[in-house]
Design a protein around this ligand. Structure first.
Ligand code: SF4
Length: 276
């Protein structure tokens, strides 16, 4: 729930808008003036580009029915991304205006949606627009931050007290896999820092996508790190990896049941709080 007084949220919106003039919201540190229409790595200017919204019942236990709000633009380039076309073409993505979105959120909340679920792309690259949306909707609507957690500290600071549940992706257990599959060199330190910074203040569910052939390099170190650093976070092992159509570095197979069982067994042996 939004626990800020309106003037404090308004101040944060101004800070987030100002930050767009020399954008360093994430470790790409593009330094472009998004307010003037320039685009950085995430291909966004100042607009909030909502390209899809829907209420679903397949999120983790306790979140459903969840009103997903898909925002275009991303600061990672995951080879296996299922919405890559929207992130590549953010101009086409602005199909739901802010005013329409506000009305839709209110209406779906009245109809039974339990929360709004901000995802993408990556919601942090649309921070100013996200804060504007939160300012205009009923503050009693719980907010789920469904994020790759790859952003700079300014995002953590401006979100403080506004998020009810962090649905935090933790994909890779080392920077080599992150570099090959998502095009980033500093994934591990940034994501670990952000998970640790937000954990404890708010509820956190850490998602780890089990990828074929990535048990030793990714699943094992990720789960071990969670056990050692944020043991009370809930953990969701995702089994929905879809191989990309274009061959590259990402695995070309669907998940291997043996590797899924191994990851589940490890999580249990580490006493992690597994959820579905
Ligand atoms: S949010 Fe976008 S423009 Fe800003 S630093 Fe990150 S990738 Fe670059």
């Amino acid at each position: 729930m939004n626990k800020l007084v309106p003037s404090e949220l308004a101040e944060r919106i101004e800070v987030a808008r100002k930050a767009l003039e020399n954008c360093r919201l994430c470790p790409r540190n593009c330094g472009v003036d998004r307010r003037a229409g320039q685009q950085g790595y995430c291909r966004l200017n100042h607009s909030l580009c909502c390209f899809r919204e829907m209420v679903v019942d397949y999120e983790e236990t306790g979140l459903n029915p969840s009103h997903q709000i898909y925002l275009a633009g991303c600061n990672l380039r995951c080879e296996f991304c299922t919405v890559a076309e929207w992130n590549a073409n953010t101009d086409l993505a602005s199909i739901i205006s802010m005013n329409e979105l506000i009305g839709i959120v209110e209406q779906k909340h009245i109809s039974g949606a339990r929360n709004i679920n901000l995802l993408g792309g990556e919601p942090s690259v649309s921070l100013a627009g996200v804060l504007e949306l939160l300012e205009k909707i009923d503050p009693a609507i719980p907010v789920v931050w469904n994020s790759n957690m790859y952003y700079n500290e300014i995002v953590t600071e401006l979100l403080d007290g506004l998020i009810d549940i962090f649905l935090a992706d933790f994909k890779y257990g080392n920077n080599d896999c992150a570099r090959l599959l998502s095009g980033t060199d500093d994934y591990l330190e940034v994501v670990k820092r952000n998970i640790q910074r937000s954990h404890g203040k708010d509820k956190m569910i850490i998602r780890h996508l089990i990828m074929p052939g990535h048990y030793t390099c990714c699943a094992e170190p990720v789960l071990t790190w969670i056990a050692e650093n944020v043991p009370d976070a809930k953990v969701s092992l995702r089994r929905d990896y879809i191989p990309p159509a274009e061959p590259g570095f990402a695995p070309s197979d669907y998940q291997n049941p043996r590797e899924i069982r191994k990851a589940e067994d490890l999580a249990r042996s580490l006493d992690l709080r597994l959820i579905q």
